[in-house]
Design a protein around this ligand. Structure first.
Ligand SMILES: [Ca+2]
Length: 372
């Protein structure tokens, strides 16, 4: 028989403590890919408890590109079901037998048994994730403001490819903390088809004979009905991080900024945060790519200083005097030409000539001086 597998006691904490609340610079990697039913490595030890909210967006990409033989007339994805949890529990895994809950999800699109298994995980699971209903082959559903924590930084989320014998897509034990204990600003994954190993059949049909003895969960990407293309996409984007209890909260995050090289906008921060106790907050900010745009904070005013085309993420933090803090990221996209230095260096022996073009974007006269 199968069961929800539990890992042994957690490894002793490593000597190095990891500062949490700062976010990793890694963004947008499709690093889980086909292995999305292989849980992430063990969670890092994090010094201070923090909560992070993510928007989790599931998008069906089931077209004849994914199933070249066509889609069944009633093609859909069953209601999303999953959990936010820690690394002590695994609800499903490639190469392992499906639990009764995973079997019921994969064969019939039902969520009740898997929900019971998640509840039975006790404190290892922080919350159940559930969609609102069936989704069309190319439909999108957002699980907005999903709360993760340093103790529960993992997401498991699955949905049946329906109708089918026991086929599904999903992720298992995907950690949103990186190895250093920093929250990932975003993650984008392609979801490929899996066979739960519990029911026979090669057509898009229900009620086939059970697989006896039960097999294991296995990839069927590129097999049978499926091409090598993804069936769905999952994107997870960080919205805010809070540390400490009863501290400041994110009220109104700053919108993504599209800027040109040389822009230096000033952005007020007072409305971006809310402190339940009404304390005076101290603001700070860092740029993950300071060569694209640097950031400075004076009082409750944030100043961006763009320097080169590219993209960066700005992390804005508000702290109250006892140290509780809230952080959110916003994206900055800088367009414009690269600065090109056309003056040859003094060490350049051949006599080459250089030139510089000066563009004054403001209405105020300025001075340009060149020293050679
Ligand atoms: Ca099967």
């Amino acid at each position: 028989m199968y069961s929800i597998r539990r890992h042994g006691p957690p490894a002793p904490p490593t000597a190095a403590l990891v500062v949490c609340g700062v976010l990793a610079a890694v963004a947008g990697a499709d690093d889980h890919g086909e292995g999305s039913l292989t849980p992430s490595p063990p969670d890092p030890t994090v010094a201070d408890r923090a909560e992070a909210t993510y928007d989790i967006v599931f998008t069906g990409t089931w077209t004849t590109t994914a199933t070249p033989g066509g889609l069944p007339a009633t093609a859909h994805f069953s209601p999303l079901i999953g959990a936010v949890h820690n690394d002590s529990v695994v609800f499903l895994e490639s190469g392992e037998m499906a639990s009764a809950g995973v079997e019921s999800m994969a064969e019939l699109g039902r969520t009740g048994t898997l929900r019971q298994e998640i509840n039975a995980a006790g404190t290892d699971a922080q919350s159940v994730l559930a969609g609102l209903g069936n989704l069309g082959p190319e439909e999108t559903e957002t699980l907005a403001a999903t709360v993760l924590s340093t103790e529960h930084p993992r997401v498991t989320l699955v949905t049946m490819i329906a109708p089918s014998p026991d086929w599904f897509v999903g992720v298992s034990g995907l950690s949103l903390l990186d190895a250093a204990g920093d929250w990932r600003p975003s993650a984008t994954l392609s979801l490929y088809p899996w066979d739960a190993g519990s029911e026979n059949g090669t057509e898009f049909s229900l009620n086939n004979p059970p697989t006896n003895p039960q097999g294991v969960i296995a990839s069927i990407r590129g097999e049978g009905k499926f091409s090598d293309e993804r069936m769905a996409a999952l994107s997870l984007s960080l919205k805010s991080v809070t540390t400490g209890n009863g501290g400041p909260e994110v009220a109104t995050p700053i919108d993504p900024q599209s800027l040109a090289v040389g822009d230096r906008p000033t952005i007020p921060l007072a409305a971006a945060f809310h402190d339940p106790a009404g304390r005076t907050l101290a603001f700070s900010a860092v740029s993950l790519e300071p060569e694209v745009a640097a950031v400075s904070v004076t009082g409750d005013s944030l100043r961006l200083s763009t320097a080169a085309p590219g993209k960066t993420t700005i992390l804005v933090t508000a702290s109250e005097p006892e140290g509780a803090a809230a952080t959110f990221p916003f994206a900055v996209d800088v367009a414009g030409a690269h600065r090109v230095w056309l003056f040859p260096p003094a060490s350049d022996a051949p006599r080459r000539e250089g030139f510089v073009r000066v563009v004054n974007r403001s209405s105020v006269a300025g001075t340009v001086s060149i020293r050679a």
